[in-house]
Design a protein around this ligand. Structure first.
Ligand SMILES: [Zn+2]
Length: 246
């Protein structure tokens, strides 16, 4: 199931305005970027500067090295939300991500839809990924992104236990299903100061992924945003701009 389209939308905002009772409240809070009921999190930075955070989910994959090469050409540091079992499969690639100066975050172990799991399994997904990243990479991530952007009961406690902050996004490229021009158009239209861009360098926990559309879109997106005066920061750096703004 690939339902990352259930990201921030006016529909959910309208739903929240209409009623916050029962299932509607749970559904709203599960996907609304501003909802804090699932614990500490943010979806954008302060808007004072022209900063953007470029984030990639579902890696590391066979395509990740191509993303590293491309980002190096533009001297851009990004944030990679990796799955524990993808790191187990490609620890060397994950280490290359860190060695290139990028940040790594927790994207669960097996990339499940958390809303379908009981709280104890939600917690295990978060903890397992955290332990794998510590063991294989020697880092303890501070940031987390939920698969499909969907939060769930049990996640708040799991994030608090692991001292993780959830990161959502202001624009998602729909790059698992769209061709490069459509991805580029969407990201360029959605980019704004303090924005968090979500793209993918893998595909869930599949052994291999085809991310050529995402790579081609980035070749269009990056020079345009740089020419517009945007500066790319990691999600942690973006969080700092938010703290300062408050
Ligand atoms: Zn994902």
């Amino acid at each position: 199931m690939r339902d990352e389209s259930v990201g921030p939308s006016r529909t959910w905002a309208a739903l929240a305005g209409a009623t916050l009772g029962g299932a509607a409240a749970v559904a709203y809070a599960a996907v609304c970027p501003a909802a804090q009921v699932w614990g500490r999190g943010f979806y954008r930075g302060g808007a004072a500067g022209r900063e953007l955070a470029l984030t990639f989910d579902d890696g590391p994959s066979n395509e990740t090295p191509a993303f590293l090469d491309l980002l190096a050409r533009y001297d851009i540091r990004g944030t990679f939300f990796v799955c524990g079992r993808n790191v187990e499969r490609r620890p060397e690639t994950a280490r290359r991500v860190l060695a290139a100066g990028h940040e790594v975050g927790n994207h669960t172990d097996s990339h499940p839809l958390l809303l379908r799991l009981p709280p104890w399994r939600v917690r295990r997904e978060v903890e397992t990924a955290q332990r794998i990243l510590e063991d294989r990479l020697g880092v303890r991530p501070a940031l987390f992104r939920a698969p499909y952007g969907v939060h769930a009961p049990g996640l708040r406690a799991a994030l608090e236990l692991e001292e993780l902050t959830a990161v959502r996004w202001t624009v998602i490229g729909n790059d698992w299903r769209w061709p490069a021009p459509a991805i580029a158009r969407r990201v360029l239209r959605g980019a704004s100061p303090g924005g968090v861009i979500c793209l993918h360098d893998g595909r869930e926990t599949f052994p291999s992924a085809d991310r050529q559309n995402t790579l081609a879109a980035l070749e269009t997106i990056l020079p345009i945003l740089l020419a517009e005066g945007y500066r790319f920061v990691t999600a942690s750096e973006m969080r700092e701009t938010l703290v300062k703004a408050l």
